[in-house]
Design a protein around this ligand. Structure first.
Ligand code: NAI
Ligand code: SF4
Length: 514
């Protein structure tokens, strides 16, 4: 009998290691022969630790399982899929999962993350096998045709980025994966790295093949030790199976990579600061141009992409750019892994095609607030994303449509707040975040964020309101136009959206919301 217990950080934080240990011991005591597979998380985070049992009808889910539940589960015959109050029936039939469109996360939670055999049994390395037989330009074209855009948040077309690197001659080129997932409310990079690291490795190898790079680095935030462990195990397994190294599957093509641990600075998620950090320097934002695609790591042409961007490449090569392009709306093609967090009943990962609305994500998936109080605001796209009030929750999630309402989809993180939130406090928090994480290179961000905190504090104390509100708007304008990178340049989004949509929290007259 095969039992699946995740090795994912979220599940481990909820006691998955203890469950695995106890379950093995109690099965032995009862003379039952079981095999425990430590899979990734299915992304139903409110059910972690989620224990799944393989039955003839499919996997049956039980969760959240605590050690004290185990004797009862054994007595209920859970190893045969028996009924129990923690039983959710067949995992694949749970609406939260069933209604998703999982392309990039198709294998996460299903396979043993570091087993090459499991990976290949579920379509792994099909994309790379195809790429090995293709011309470099044809690989780049497939990615361009898919419409894939940078999933780190900036949404720059991946194929165009790759094409720049392909067409820049150099002795050595690099593939760098940005896994410094620092946005609040985001965990899709981590879940992918812990649940299907071979998919990222395959995506990076295809990128290397496409642009002529033979070496790659995965820059992982140090707060993700289990991701680092899973990646290192997967790299070893891929090398042993001939999918990484000098002569990949006898093709004569070479690509290898290594994991580098970051040191805990938000700004090192900015691509040029990341490159500085990889080179052993203090992470400071570089002036662009030159773009990393032309002059990147150690001055060489470098593809630098987010985890989910690179992990979306294998399915694009395996099924074709047109297949991926078929999902989505407008210029936002394919799917995005939305991350539901904050005051929600059912937090977790929902991969859906672009075009889904916040309301669907918050209620159909998230199940509404965890507190039972009405939801009031949702921050989309991390600490630099706008706060959206309820009248904007039916706007389809698409990069361009969101830009039109001064919001951003970003990396797909959602943080929900109920009606007890003080939005003036959240605006102050956004400025404080910027002040703490600023690299200090440019004045609007370094000084502006500190002055911004003070100004919002004065508004919250109702001091000289008209002047201070005007000053705050003026300051946001300066930060927006004068900052060198997104940290200073985008902090105005949460601040101004809070001010615009929730003026009463700043002591201003409420606006009539349509
Ligand atoms: P950007 O718009 O300057 O660049 C986007 C990407 O396209 C970069 O990799 C850039 O080098 C590349 N690029 C631009 N023109 C190119 C060309 N002609 N050829 C080849 N490559 C080209 O945006 P940036 O500053 O890299 O990222 C800002 C975004 O990062 C924000 O929108 C925010 O959503 C996101 N972000 C994500 C975080 C996370 O934890 N995932 C944290 C903080 C911000
Ligand atoms: Fe550094 Fe802030 Fe300027 Fe970005 S905007 S370069 S974080 S000082």
């Amino acid at each position: 009998i095969t039992v699946y217990i995740p090795r994912d950080t979220a599940a481990v934080a909820m006691g998955a290691h203890e469950i695995a240990q106890q379950l093995a011991a109690q099965a032995q005591e009862r003379g039952l022969d079981i095999q425990i597979v430590r899979n990734g998380s299915r992304g139903l985070l409110w059910l972690e630790p989620l224990v799944e049992v393989q039955t003839a009808a499919g996997r049956v889910a039980y969760g959240p399982v605590q050690t004290e539940d185990l004797p009862g589960l054994f007595d209920a015959g859970f190893l045969q899929g028996g009924t129990h109050k923690l039983c959710h029936g067949l995992t694949d039939a749970i609406p939260y999962l069933k209604n998703q469109e999982r392309l990039t996360f198709a294998r996460v939670g299903i396979i043993d993350p570091v087993s090459v055999a499991d990976y290949q049994a579920c379509g792994g390395f099909e994309g790379l096998s195809k790429a090995l037989a293709m011309e470099t330009a044809a690989i780049v074209k497939e990615v361009t045709d898919s419409g894939l855009r940078g999933r780190g948040g900036a949404a720059f077309p991946t194929g165009i980025k790759w094409n720049t690197v392909l067409n820049t001659p150099a002795q050595q080129k690099y593939i760098v994966c940005n896994a410094d997932e620092g946005d609040s409310g985001t965990f899709s990079d981590r879940m992918l790295m812990e649940g299907d690291p071979l998919c990222l490795i395959e995506g990076m190898t295809i990128a290397g093949l496409a642009v002529g790079a033979t070496y790659g680095y995965i820059y992982v935030r140090s707060e993700y030790p289990l991701a680092v462990q899973a990646l290192n195990e997967a790299i070893e397994a891929a090398r042993a199976a001939g999918w990484l190294g000098k002569n990949i599957q006898g093709s004569g093509y070479e690509f290898d990579l290594e994991v580098r641990k970051a040191a805990g600075a938000y700004i090192c998620g900015e691509e040029t600061a990341l490159l500085d950090s990889l080179e052993g320097k203090r992470g400071m934002v570089r002036v662009k141009p030159p773009l990393p695609a032309i002059k990147g790591l150690f001055g060489q042409p470098t593809v630098i992409n987010n985890v989910v961007s690179l992990a979306s490449v294998p399915v694009i090569l395996a099924k074709g750019g047109a297949y991926y392009q078929n999902y989505g709306m407008g210029r936002s093609r394919g799917t995005l892994a939305f991350q539901l967090t904050g005051n929600l009943q059912n937090g977790g990962l929902v991969e859906k095609a672009f075009g889904v609305t916040l309301r669907e994500l918050l209620y159909d998936y998230g199940g509404g607030s965890a507190s039972g109080r009405p939801l009031r605001a949702v921050q989309v796209g991390g600490p630099l994303g706008a706060y959206l009030p309820e009248h904007q929750w039916d706007v389809p999630l698409d990069y361009e449509t969101y830009m039109k309402i001064n919001a951003m989809v970003g990396h797909g993180g959602l943080v929900a707040f109920d009606d007890t939130v003080d939005m003036a406090h959240m605006a102050q928090y956004a400025m404080e975040f910027c002040a703490i994480e600023s690299c200090g290179k440019c004045t609007p961000c370094r000084i502006g964020s500190t002055r911004g905190v003070e100004t919002i504090q004065k508004i919250r104390r109702r001091e000289d309101m008209d002047n201070h509100v005007e000053l705050l708007r003026d300051l946001c304008d300066t930060m927006f136009s004068g900052s060198l990178c997104a940290l200073g340049g985008m902090t105005p989004y949460p601040v101004l959206s809070a001010l615009e949509h929730f003026p009463q929290d700043f002591g201003l007259a409420p606006q009539t919301e349509q």
